[in-house]
Design a protein around this ligand. Structure first.
Ligand SMILES: Cc1cc2nc3c(=O)[nH]c(=O)nc-3n(C[C@H](O)[C@H](O)[C@H](O)COP(=O)(O)O)c2cc1C
Length: 188
């Protein structure tokens, strides 16, 4: 069975981000894909310490020398066939736990010249914002850049607000279903 990982980063278990993650899981299930969710706020993930002159073991060994929950999550991320990122929009950016995780992930994975396991794997990203949705564009732009650095493939970027909730939850489910149905296919 195909597998997907949903990486979410809100502390609220009943908020908009959680609803978006559930919508994505529904779509993946409809496509026959097994999905797990990592709720990053439930883990201890410190910030990158910019070791030594700016590079630590991330550069040559593609592992982070700051030991916490990052190591196990890094492994789970790389084992997933496709990824769904779901973050609340904070200050027009991804939330801090998502930033801490993906900053360290990028250092380990974007520095590989061979064995780039993430290359071509598809990503659906959802940015969940407040009423007017200011900052959705910059948040999704930040995620798009991350996806590019990781060598992954942007499948869809969706912004959702409290105002557009119902319509966008349906869109997330639909997009996740399509992602699940096409995740191992080449798309140009
Ligand atoms: C620290 C912080 C910063 C925020 N910054 C923005 C923002 O820049 N733009 C926006 O539309 N909403 C912003 N919000 C609102 C959240 O994006 C919004 O409430 C979102 O639905 C939170 O997700 P949740 O329901 O999972 O908690 C911010 C909220 C917090 C706590």
């Amino acid at each position: 069975m195909k597998n997907a990982l949903i990486v979410s980063s809100s502390p609220n278990t009943d908020g908009l981000t959680a609803a978006c993650a559930r919508a994505a899981a529904d779509g993946l299930t409809a496509a026959g894909v097994r999905s797990d969710e990592i709720r990053l706020t439930e883990y201890t993930i410190g910030v990158c310490l910019q070791c030594a002159n700016g590079w630590g073991t991330c550069l040559g060994q593609h592992r982070c020398q700051v030991i916490d929950d990052f190591q196990s999550l890094h492994e789970r991320f790389c084992s997933a066939e496709t990824i769904v990122f779901v973050t609340p929009v904070y200050w027009g950016e991804m939330s801090e736990s998502m930033k801490a995780f993906t900053d360290r992930l990028r250092r380990c994975e974007a520095t590989r010249s061979v064995d780039r396991v993430l290359t071509g794997r598809k990503v659906l990203a959802v940015a969940a914002a407040g009423g007017g949705g200011g900052g959705i564009v910059t948040c999704l732009e930040q995620i798009e850049r991350l996806v590019s650095h990781l060598g992954m493939k942007r499948f869809d970027l969706i912004g959702v607000t409290r105002w557009t909730r119902e319509a966008k939850l349906a869109a997330i489910t639909g997009s996740a279903r399509l992602l699940g149905e096409t995740m191992s296919e080449e798309t140009t």
